[in-house]
Design a protein around this ligand. Sequence first.
Ligand code: AMP
Length: 213
Amino acid sequence: MRLVFVGAPGVGKGTQAKRLEQEFGWNVVSTGDLLRTAIAQQTSLGQQAQAYIQRGELVPDLLVNDLVAERISQMESFILDGYPRNVAQAETLEALIDGTLDAVVLFDLDEELLVERLSGRRVCPSCGAVFHVKANPSQRGEQCDRCGARLITRNDDQPETIRNRMRVFREQTEPLVAFYEAKGLLRRVCANGTPEEVFLRLLSAIGQNGTEK
Ligand code: AMP
């Protein structure tokens, strides 16, 4: 299965992508995670991307296109989480995989709820687990349930940057909805409710009920 996940920041794309990966073994490719790793490792890509991410802007297409192409060239199945983010990236992806996308899932949620989700989000810098102070707190308080590392708030989850990321989503990423709708690939999933409720809607949207590894 080859899927693209589209949705505003904080909508829960990453959480749902990881669930699908656990259930079916499809590879999640998250450009946000790859870029954050590059920054942590201070690679040349990380150094180039850092300032854009801190401002809540998109990293230049050339950088992310190469990153994704390198990753997915050998993959049978994948879930792209956070890529493409604009129509130019979508056209590059199309040329790369030659019309083999099965579906594009659009996660929908009110902006007010998005801001609440983002500002309460806590992530583990060590294993990548994601929590929310109210909706999904770590049982160990400020420490990660899974590996014990101290949880952090992502730099770009600060209020000013959140507003900028929302604007960038509306201006640059939302045009993808019409782009993929015209190709008959778009599936809408309401992202309100618990991760479990959203996951069930997601399975039905992509026509999956059983388990495939
Ligand atoms: P995310 O974790 O998907 O919210 O991404 C965090 C940040 O990484 C975004 O605000 C962008 O600055 C950058 N980023 C992630 N994916 C892309 C992409 N496909 N194109 C450009 N920038 C991206």
